[in-house]
Ligand binder design. Structure first.
Ligand SMILES: [Zn+2]
Length: 159
């Protein structure tokens, strides 16, 4: 499955623009209907609670030399098990500021070169690379798919 088809299954792109203040590319998106209103912790459907802290951005893989961010509303939902939490988004882990694709690339690169080199190439902090690697290792040790909900999706991202 191509990356474009995966994106269409997860989100709708509302607009793409260059942020005039920072020069980064911002894709304003929203999750597709079946991905909305889910608990950020367990991903089960929750009841809408409020609009949370408004729009947020997630760092995505660069487009050439331009940094790319996804930007979307991030409401809160009420989950029966976890209470009031920010809603899940299909393109990133709960509470993280990078997309799955960004995390995957950083984690893979960390297996091939130093953390400092990864931080420089990914234009992020050394600490961020360390946190990404720690999450991947923890997920591996608990037997969870460290990249996202679907192994098939994971493989598709890497093509
Ligand atoms: Zn939950």
């Amino acid at each position: 499955m191509s990356a474009n088809r995966i994106w269409k299954k997860l989100l709708t792109v509302e607009r793409v623009e260059i942020d005039q203040d920072t020069g980064v590319l911002v894709a304003r998106v929203r999750p597709v209907a079946r991905e909305r209103g889910r608990c950020g912790v367990c991903r089960r459907p929750g009841r809408g609670y409020d609009q949370g802290r408004g729009r947020r951005r997630w760092r995505c893989l660069d487009a050439g030399t331009t940094q790319v961010f996804l930007e979307a509303d991030l409401p809160r939902v009420a989950c029966r098990e976890h209470g009031v939490v920010t809603a899940a988004v299909p393109w990133a882990r709960h509470g993280e500021g990078h997309t799955h694709a960004f995390d995957q690339q950083a984690a893979w690169m960390a297996t091939e070169c130093s953390k400092s080199a990864v931080a420089q190439l990914m234009r992020t902090s050394w600490r961020t690379v360390g946190a990404i690697v720690e999450r991947f290792v923890a997920d591996r040790d608990t037997g969870r798919d460290p990249t996202c909900r679907s192994r098939r999706r994971t493989l598709a991202w890497s093509r």
